[in-house]
Design a protein around this ligand. Structure first.
Ligand SMILES: Cc1ncc(C[n+]2csc(CCOP(=O)(O)OP(=O)(O)O)c2C)c(N)n1
Ligand code: SF4
Length: 351
């Protein structure tokens, strides 16, 4: 993989977050993707979200598969842990890492080819097992790295760059994530940072399996008139369900305003958040309604974006398995290997 180091100098008065880091501290090497690729905008949103959340980069583990999308962890959070796994195998590598050290923040980055074809089973099981992670699919409807074949998320009836018609039904990863029990499900567009950054922040703050499908046009192989994942198509068919803002780790600020209205709320640092309360008709806490809403709008050719579903008090894999609180690398030998008598007891209980 090509590695281009970014120049170190930057303006001395760059704004700092509450742990004293600038946005530059969340960057990494220079992207080698095509200029204008949607994936680079997603990297920029991840950088912004982690900066705004004041996350220490070394607390993040970013894990990906293979593809242009899976190369992106090289371009953000250079000081965090990273593992570029095998094509489609990101979810099981992430699950293993998470079981070994629950203290890190897990960011899974994948492509639609990576997650909806070869890694479909892996995607499904990590979501249904409630692994505590933010799973982002950079969805361009094609295999970008291998030169633009249709992926399983390409819409039936859409055309390839060379004019071939896709006759296969498409897989909607958001619908599947809802069906599998993901406790945070959202869709966004790489070109809508205003929507994507708060969604990433909320997904990171969520305990449990958080899934974000980001429509991310491939400007080299899927940005032409017959594509339903081109910049023009997505801009014309984007139906946002809500606008999300998030506050974490501070004393609560209370506010009371009517549904459908916008309220300006002053934050601890003096900045002002404009909160838009959802209209009564959209409830992101109703899984069945979310599935219905998604399908209804898909049938009208609309791409629904925003936070579609969230379960506030979700459990994760660790609570379901009742695992030890301490990361395995901090346990001593006695705790890791309690000896033959403990094993005898377990065996006896299974007889
Ligand atoms: C086991 C295996 N099969 C196939 C490949 C070839 N391959 C590399 S990337 C890729 C597709 C990537 O597509 P996607 O996940 O949609 O990412 P994009 O490049 O579009 O961002 C394929 C098929 C591989 N590297 N390993
Ligand atoms: S081929 Fe497509 S997905 Fe890959 S870097 Fe270029 S624009 Fe992005």
């Amino acid at each position: 993989m090509t590695y281009l180091a970014k120049p170190k100098f930057h303006h001395p008065s760059l704004p700092k977050n509450e742990i004293g880091f600038t946005r530059r501290d969340y960057e990494a090497s220079t992207s080698t993707l095509c200029a204008g690729c949607g994936h680079d905008s997603i990297s920029a949103s991840i950088i912004e979200a982690c900066f705004e959340l004041s996350i220490e980069p070394h607390r993040v583990a970013k894990i990906s598969g293979i593809g242009c999308s899976s190369k992106t962890p090289d371009y953000f959070l250079g000081a965090s842990h990273g593992f570029n796994s095998v094509h489609g195998r990101m979810p099981s590598v992430l699950t293993g890492a998470n079981l070994a050290n629950r203290e890190l923040i897990y960011l899974g980055v994948s492509g639609d080819g990576d997650s909806a074809s070869i890694g479909f089973g892996q995607f499904a099981h990590s979501v249904r097992r409630a692994v505590n992670m933010t799973y982002i699919v950079e969805n361009n409807g094609v295999y970008g790295l291998t030169k633009g074949q249709f992926s399983a998320t390409a819409d039936r009836g859409s055309k390839s760059k060379k004019g071939a018609l896709n006759s296969d039904s498409s897989i909607d990863l958001v619908a599947i994530a809802l069906q599998l029990g993901a406790t945070f499900v959202a869709r966004s567009f790489s070109g809508d940072k205003g929507q994507l950054v708060p969604l990433i922040k909320a997904a990171i703050a969520h305990k449990g399996a958080a899934f974000i499908d980001v429509i991310s046009p491939c400007i080299a192989f899927n940005n032409h008139a017959g594509s339903t994942k081109s910049l023009d198509y997505v801009r014309e068919h984007n139906e946002a369900v809500n606008a999300l803002d998030i506050m974490v780790g501070r004393d609560p600020i209370t506010v009371n305003y009517a549904p459908g209205k916008v309220a300006a709320v002053t934050q601890h640092d003096g900045s002002v958040l404009n909160l838009r309360k959802l209209n009564d008709e959209y409830d992101p806490h109703d899984r069945l309604a979310a599935m219905n809403f998604l399908q209804r709008h898909a049938a009208q050719g609309q791409i629904v974006t925003g936070l579609l579903y969230v379960e506030a008090d979700a459990d994760d894999l660790h609570s379901n398995l009742d695992t030890v609180e301490t990361p395995l690398n901090q346990l001593d030998t006695a705790a890791l290997c309690p000896g033959a008598s403990a094993l005898d007891k377990i065996n006896a209980s299974l007889r």
